[in-house]
Design a protein around this ligand. Structure first.
Ligand SMILES: *Cc1c(COP(=O)(O)O)cnc(C)c1O
Length: 384
């Protein structure tokens, strides 16, 4: 049984649905303010993790900016009331239309991921009669020690410019009159729980900064990206990550020049724990090795287990019967549509409610219409 959730209210709602605890979101943001913003750091929320307006509004009020990876995300950020000078725009494959969206709004920074992109941006900015602020995203070749699909900072990954190719950029830049190089950008991966990779990143940042300076390109911004992980195993014991050592690490290890600003792009660590996917047990099926609890939610509502072999905690909300072993599965016609295998949880029956925890980041935003499934609703703690 749960005291974290308004279970009685849940019983009257059509399942599955996403449920967001806005108090927890606020508590998480308070930690970011206390340990990050207080140092003068700029934190951009990676809106791809969750783009729901009620969530964005709370994040905006906390004083964070936005990190976008598409033109539509820029528009969503503006709609949510963020100002263009709070918006950074990354992505390996920005279309001309998306670049024009960013130019139109005069965003804070285009985080460019290739040398060709910088020259295309220069061209489009010239046409628009603007000068675009650019941060070069560099691939620092740092191991993030996370799932290979969410590792982004290795030479073999598609993201960022390899530092080996910097001489070409240095040669080209003086001729690009419609871009203004303001910073360097990095993002080494996601769900990083051990801080060592961030320390390795700082070392690379310091070396790369020196190179830019030697070439006569002083930088006003250093953007170290996001990636801080959350506890999927124990969401109640660790409702938000420990932001203090995370921000302190950068304070201790980055060699900044006078007046230089540090930017972060946090997604998962801000919204991951405040969201749950609430689902009903449709059937309990006897198996040979374990029984199956078949839910009405599946990979169409939360694809992380199928996509990244992620494991989410499953809380049974309406039973406190003795424990039994289950495979917790969805209804979709894919074997990977399995939330958990062989977990012990209170015995469930048809109609019992469960909460799949830590679903606030990369949950609802990745939902799909596979099997012609309908998009499910989101509810917020302040409305039910
Ligand atoms: C996804 C992404 C982030 C956020 O990653 P989290 O692991 O959710 O913190 C930050 N920056 C860029 C460029 C991204 O693509």
């Amino acid at each position: 049984m749960s005291d974290t959730f308004p279970v009685e209210k849940f019983r009257s709602l059509k399942t599955p649905f996403y449920y967001y605890d806005l108090n927890l979101l606020q508590d998480t943001l308070d930690q970011v303010k206390k340990h990050g913003l207080s140092k003068g750091y700029h934190v951009h929320f990676a809106v791809k993790a969750n783009f729901n307006l009620p969530i964005l509004e709370i994040i905006r009020e906390a004083g964070l900016g936005i990190d976008c990876v598409s033109g539509k995300e820029i528009e969503r950020a503006i709609e949510a009331g963020f100002t263009p000078d709070q918006i950074a725009f990354a992505g390996v494959g920005k279309t001309d239309e998306e670049i024009r969206t960013g130019l139109y709004h005069n965003i804070f920074s285009f985080n460019c991921e290739s040398i060709q992109e910088i020259s295309v941006l220069n061209e489009l900015a010239r046409e628009a009669g603007k000068v675009a602020n650019v941060s070069v995203r560099l691939n620092p070749n740092v191991k993030a020690k996370t799932h290979k699909y969410i590792t982004t900072g290795l030479s073999e990954n598609k993201f960022g410019v390899n530092p080996e190719h910097l001489p070409k950029l240095f040669k080209m830049l003086p001729n690009l009159k419609s871009v203004n190089l303001t910073g360097i950008h990095f993002h080494i991966g996601s769900q990083i729980r051990d801080l060592q990779p961030f320390k390795d990143l700082c070392e690379k940042v310091n070396l790369i900064q020196d190179r830019f300076e030697e070439e006569g390109f002083p930088l006003t911004h250093v953007n170290v990206g996001g990636g801080l992980g959350i506890s999927y195993e124990k969401p109640d014991e660790e409702p938000y990550p420990d932001f203090e050592p995370f921000f302190n690490l950068f304070e201790d290890n980055l060699k900044l020049r006078d007046g230089q600003q540090v930017h972060f792009e946090l997604g998962r660590s801000i919204v991951g724990q405040c969201g749950s996917l609430i689902s009903k047990v449709l059937f309990v099926k006897e198996g040979i090795t374990t029984d199956f609890a078949v839910l009405d939610a599946g990979m169409t509502e939360l694809i992380r287990p199928a996509l990244y072999q992620a494991s989410h905690s499953v809380d049974v909300l309406t039973s406190d019967k003795p424990l039994q072993t289950y495979d917790v599965v969805g209804p979709i016609c894919e074997t990977s549509d399995t939330f958990r295998k062989g977990i012990k949880m209170p015995k469930v029956e048809r109609g019992d409610l469960v909460a799949i925890r830590s679903a606030g980041a990369y949950g609802e935003v990745m939902s799909s219409g596979f099997n012609l499934r309908e998009k499910v609703k989101a509810y917020y703690s302040d409305e039910i």
